[in-house]
Design a protein around this ligand. Structure first.
Ligand SMILES: C[S@@+](CC[C@H](N)C(=O)[O-])C[C@H]1O[C@@H](n2cnc3c(N)ncnc32)[C@H](O)[C@@H]1O
Length: 250
């Protein structure tokens, strides 16, 4: 891919359509050094917004004891915000080696897994490891597929928190999510995997003023069978699949 195509696909979500997960991740690695500058110019606020929600959920708990996994951790913007709120036991997970390299300069993560969160079983992380999974800026074109939610649920202890935001238009505009992400979130509730703790709509997550909803789910059961949860969603002619993008090539 030519360099200018990569930068275009970094900023223009539509240009990511049809790219493979590895191609997308390669784009993030290529632009890792300018990622923060670019997103701060866009007044991107999700790292702060989600960190406030995490902090609120664990009010009254000793923050140093809360184990957090930051999914799609990128350059560590979320971990920086979590640390400002007293959390110190934070791991990151992201398949982009370039983003990881930038994040590691900050020394905000205990571990940083170079992995896709895409529904495949992440062998290096045991079930019920975390009190909280947070994912900022991750539900967009070419990023986390729907199936990621079942693996995220596996990693969080019962009573723990999953916190993420989705632009409202992405539920239908992103082909992977159209008629799939919303129904899967509801099915996970119906099947006793998680309970909706709350959801908040906001327009201040970036300078576009687009509406996004911040979701907080409380995990009820992490020993889940992902296959029935993912079965039979009729979207764009295919069911939700468990991806297998184990081979990191970035
Ligand atoms: C828009 S950035 C958000 C980074 C960070 N959370 C933030 O708020 O600044 C999206 C990140 O998701 C990562 N990513 C893409 N696909 C992923 C996947 N399947 N699992 C985990 N991370 C993924 C990219 O490498 C990129 O670092």
């Amino acid at each position: 891919m030519a360099e200018n195509v990569q930068v275009a696909a970094f900023e223009n979500y539509k240009a990511r359509e049809g790219l493979t997960p590895n191609q997308i991740v390669h784009i993030f690695s290529t632009v890792a050094e300018i990622y923060e500058e670019t997103w701060k110019t866009k007044n991107y606020k999700d790292p702060e917004i989600l960190s406030d929600e995490v902090s609120d959920y664990f009010r009254g708990t000793e923050t140093s004891s809360v184990r957090i996994l930051d999914v799609g951790a990128g350059t560590g913007m979320v971990a920086e915000q979590l640390r400002k709120r007293g959390f110190i036991d934070i791991d990151g997970l992201d398949p982009s080696s370039g983003m990881r390299q930038e994040a590691m300069k900050k020394k905000v993560y205990k571990q940083y897994y170079l992995e896709f969160m895409d529904g495949h079983h992440i062998d290096s992380i045991a079930t019920d490891t975390y009190d909280c999974v947070v994912a900022a800026g991750c539900f967009n074109m070419g990023l986390l597929p729907c199936a990621a939610l079942t693996e995220i649920a596996r990693l969080v202890k019962p009573g723990g928190l999953v916190c993420f935001a989705v632009f409202d238009h992405n539920f239908s505009a992103v082909p992977e999510y159209n008629n799939r992400l919303g129904p899967l979130m509801s099915r996970m509730e119906k099947e006793g995997v998680w309970d909706l703790f709350d959801k908040k709509r906001r327009t201040d997550s970036d300078m576009t003023g687009a509406v996004e909803t911040v979701f907080r789910y409380t995990i009820k059961a992490s020993e889940i069978d992902a296959l029935p949860l993912l079965a039979g969603f009729p979207a764009n002619g295919s069911s939700i699949k468990i991806y297998n993008s184990n081979s990191i090539c970035n």
